[in-house]
Write a protein that binds this ligand. Structure first.
Ligand SMILES: [Zn+2]
Length: 586
């Protein structure tokens, strides 16, 4: 730790560091976060880094070190401040330095450096945009629009929203006395006019709502600029600069970081206003990427902050593919993840504005894990698009194998296999084999196909038996219709035939794959069989299959939810399903 400190710009003298250390008592600093009790030579309390009921967190006043015997968190006073304040080492030293009343050495060589100058330009720009938004005349229309959107003044101030006014050079004109044209360009605030240096520079952002991109610690590193009307593009972001890297920047982290806990969750949304609206609604542990899809750098940053990430999904096709990529990135980083399914066409911003924080909480409680997401949105979407059941399942397995092959942790891999076997109904062994083939870079099409065929055999066997019985003993249809619906058929063709039969059509279907299936079942029947009895037996097994699937889903939800009302509801549902299952077997 001290090695990296010495590397940062030469101002980090050991002298200053040791003065800050000597002036900062770890017991006192920890004591502000965690109530501590003296036990022998040490102080003990509940660990702030994991949820626990018996104290396993211990602080040594003598050695100025802390250690958790349960989660193994530990370190010195700088580490403690870094972890609890979610800041970098240097910031932690400055934080403690200010706290102890020790002067923070001037960032010499940094203030005059390019980054320092760019930072100053960005901060002055943010302040200017804020003032323009507050202007009684010039900012009135935009302030009214923000208020109409439900944004409170306090939120506007907290996120430092601003206004870039009309005209080509208001910002340039305002900053020019203090900031050089070259710096304005490097900060991404200005562009050079065509025709070279003699022609000067003009503002990059004009007539837009300005959303500063603020790094943890409070420094403005760039801007997102939203169109005030229907102009394109709707959002204009700062270009990459020495201080703004879109592949690692997280919007909202500055506002979220203090609320993050070591057993907590970070919600990742798409838009700046999703962050702002959720934040205002009291859900503060939320961030958005900025002008890019989720990257491994982002995931790496999450890993340092929380164990769990919740993504949102708005139901469109492009979103589905992006979500699959994001899931892969998060799982590969060793994070737990959930996908919050939004109503079609909604984003967190519109959802919270229309149905409040309850609307969001309801969706969050029903979030999917990776395997369920694949089940619902990869397999489900393929089925809805008319793919055969086997093809849809194959696509789902391919997706799962892709995700599982990227997992570094064998225990998580094992859990994912179990969950996939449960949700998709395919054998763990087959999946495991496909994953190890994929890891070795070999073709997995053949083993996956084989697994799908085997799976199909069992599923189709039952469904075909029932349909065959119905065709042979049509008088049983009314009774079956009361217990099963066409949706209970998993095979695409079987479901199509069931739909046709359930609709009460006379005879057999004439067109489509269901016609071929109906013919095959009709001619294959033997009249030696008691078909009515076969139908009754197959119906019971189909109902049982549906109930077991529902039970599995409820139990899984129960493990996920923390809401009391939701828990109560699920417990009741589980009881109802269990009762139905018992009645079925008597
Ligand atoms: Zn701990």
């Amino acid at each position: 730790m001290t090695t990296s400190a010495r590397g940062s710009g030469g101002r980090m003298t050991d002298d200053w560091l040791e003065r800050v250390r000597a002036a900062s008592d770890l017991v006192e600093i920890v004591g502000q976060t965690v109530p501590l009790k003296r036990v022998g030579r040490n102080w003990v309390g509940l660990c702030p880094f994991h949820a626990e009921r018996t104290a396993s967190f211990s602080v040594s006043a003598e050695r100025q070190l802390y250690h958790c015997f349960s989660c193994k968190a530990g370190g010195d006073v700088f580490k403690f401040v870094q972890e609890t304040e979610k800041i970098e080492f240097l910031e932690a030293v400055e934080w403690l330095s200010r706290r102890a009343g020790i002067g923070v050495p001037e960032r010499r060589g940094e203030r005059s450096s390019l980054k320092g100058a760019i930072g100053e330009a960005l901060e002055l720009a943010a302040t200017s945009y804020e003032q323009w938004l507050r202007d009684p005349v010039g900012g009135a229309r935009v302030r009214a629009a923000l208020a109409a959107r439900g944004l409170r003044d306090e939120t506007v101030r907290q996120f430092r929203l601003g206004l870039a006014p009309e005209g080509w050079t208001p910002l340039v004109d305002r900053l020019r006395p203090r900031i050089s044209e070259e710096t304005l360009i490097q900060a991404g605030l200005a562009l050079r006019r065509e025709g070279g240096e003699a022609r000067g520079v003009y503002d990059r952002f004009r007539q837009r709502l300005m959303i500063p991109l603020i790094a943890p610690g409070g420094a403005v590193v760039g801007f997102g600029a939203r169109a005030l009307g229907d102009e394109n593009p709707k959002y204009l972001n700062s270009p990459e600069t020495p201080v703004y890297h879109k592949s690692s920047f997280l919007f909202g982290l500055e506002q979220a970081r203090r609320a993050l806990t070591a057993d907590g969750e970070l919600i990742v949304v798409e838009g700046y206003f999703d962050v702002i609206t959720l934040h205002q609604a009291g859900i503060v542990q939320v961030v958005a990427t900025s002008g890019t899809a989720l990257t491994a750098d982002h995931a790496h940053a999450f890993r340092r902050l929380v164990p769990r990430v919740a993504l949102t999904f708005d139901g469109d096709r492009a979103g589905r593919e992006a979500t699959m990529r994001s899931i892969g990135i998060l799982l590969a980083e060793g994070l737990e993840m959930r996908v919050v399914d939004l109503p079609p066409g909604e984003d967190p911003d519109t959802l919270v504005r229309s149905s409040g924080v309850e609307g969001w909480n309801e969706r969050r409680a029903a979030a999917y894990d990776a395997v369920e997401f694949v089940h619902r949105h990869v397999q489900g979407a393929a089925l809805n698009a008319g793919a055969a059941r086997a093809d849809a399942l194959e696509r789902a397995i391919q997706a799962i194998v892709g995700l599982a092959a990227g997992l570094a942790d064998p225990i998580r891999g094992k859990l994912m296999l179990q969950r996939s076997a449960e949700v998709l109904g395919v054998g763990e062994a087959v999946l495991a084999r496909a994953i190890s083939l994929r890891r070795r870079g070999q073709d997995i099409e053949t083993p996956v196909r084989a697994a799908v065929r085997e799976h199909q055999g069992v599923e189709e066997g039952l469904e075909r038996l029932l349909l065959r019985g119905l065709i042979q003993a049509l008088q049983t249809l009314n009774e079956v219709r009361q217990r099963l619906s066409p949706e209970d058929f998993r095979d695409h063709t079987c479901r199509a035939l069931a739909l046709w039969l359930w609709a009460g059509n006379p005879g057999l279907p004439k067109n489509g794959p269901e016609a071929d299936l109906a013919r095959e079942l009709a001619v294959g029947g033997s009249d030696q069989m008691d078909w009515a009895a076969e139908v009754r037996g197959a119906t019971v097994r189909m109902v049982e299959r549906r109930l077991k699937q529902q039970l599995k889903e409820c139990k899984h939800r129960l493990n996920e939810t923390s809401g009391a009302a939701e828990t109560e509801r699920l417990m009741q549902e589980i009881q109802t399903i269990a009762r139905s299952l018992r009645e079925l077997s008597t």
